[in-house]
Design a protein around this ligand. Structure first.
Ligand code: FNR
Length: 186
């Protein structure tokens, strides 16, 4: 069977460059032998994590995201960089997903799953400073991060009208990352 990858970006906005990058990665994963599901976090708004909100019952959208995570063999995350760090949305989403789930600890949903990491920024560094932060967080969640991660500088001008990467070297880099992720899931 084709390994299933849950693909999402740490940005909810409609014009998100990281969503664009994540959607392209999902397309490439499908072409290269995986089965990707692009998940738009804008469709699953979750409250800012608070243990007292959690004590009142896990929010519906958190449950839906957990179901999605459970159904997939690996993840691919496109992370924006905010002040050299990750976004509150990505941290919040991962914190909710890490929490206990009935009899199953939330962390078990992540355990051993391979994770690919990409970042896009309109700036010249392409979000490269956020990548080790995401990597550290995913490591703490028991995901297996597949190196190397990929950054995309100048992302506002990096895509053509079909959503493909204009730069052939970058397109090859993305394909190589997708192939490594698929191999790790197998
Ligand atoms: C940014 N941006 C940014 N870019 C970057 O390359 N390095 C950085 O440290 C930051 N810091 C930062 C902080 C905050 C609070 C904001 C709102 C933005 C710019 C950021 O890369 C840009 O807005 C991206 O387009 C955000 O990603 P999405 O939403 O397009 O996926």
């Amino acid at each position: 069977a084709q390994p299933k990858v849950m693909v999402f970006a740490g940005s909810a906005r409609v014009g998100s460059l990281n969503k664009r990058f994540a959607k392209l990665a999902a397309e490439r994963l499908d072409v290269l032998g995986g089965a990707a599901t692009f998940v738009d976090l804008n469709d699953y708004p979750c409250p800012l994590f608070d243990e007292e909100i959690e004590a009142q019952g896990t929010p519906e959208n958190v449950l839906k995201l957990r179901e999605l995570l459970a159904e997939h063999d690996g993840v691919l995350i496109a992370s924006p960089e905010y002040n050299g760090f990750i976004t509150p949305l990505l941290k919040n989403t991962l914190d909710w997903l890490s929490r206990p789930h009935g009899d199953t600890p939330g962390l078990a949903l992540f355990a051993g799953k391979p994770a690919g990491l990409i970042a896009a920024s309109p700036g010249g560094l392409g979000g490269i400073r956020a990548l080790p932060v995401v990597q550290h967080l995913l490591h703490n969640l028991n995901l297996v991060v597949i190196p190397p991660a990929m950054s995309l500088p100048g992302a506002a001008d990096a895509f053509d009208d079909n959503g493909a990467l204009k730069d052939e070297a970058k397109a090859q880099q993305l394909d190589a990352l997708c192939l490594r992720l698929i191999k790790a899931m197998r």
